[in-house]
Design a binder for this molecule. Structure first.
Ligand SMILES: [Zn+2]
Length: 99
């Protein structure tokens, strides 16, 4: 039996995902520029932004409350999410994920 079969790694959650997706939704809603919001482009933006920020893994049994608290304490982290998302939107706007 493989080591990974002995444990439930599904319990690991990267909270950055939720934060990036929430921020992406906010920024796209208020984006003044014409921008493609098809699934391909938006998921691409999320991937780009997520690669640019530090992951924020949590053991999900502890709940998301802890994560939310940690993020409030780390305003630098919230800033890095905002920057990463706006950079990702800009990149995909200039160079869409498809023709
Ligand atoms: Zn698109």
């Amino acid at each position: 039996m493989a080591f990974s079969d002995n444990y439930d790694f599904e319990l690991l959650k990267n909270e950055a995902e939720k934060l990036v997706v929430d921020e992406l939704g906010k920024q796209l809603e208020s984006c003044p520029e014409e921008i493609c919001t098809c699934n391909e482009c938006v998921v691409d933006m999320a991937a780009m932004a997520l690669n640019a920020v530090k992951p924020l893994y949590r053991f999900s049994l502890l709940g998301t409350l802890y994560a939310a608290q940690a993020v409030n304490e780390q305003t630098d982290y919230a800033d890095s999410i905002r920057d990463a998302v706006s950079n990702a939107i800009e990149k995909v706007r200039k160079n869409p994920s498809h023709d």
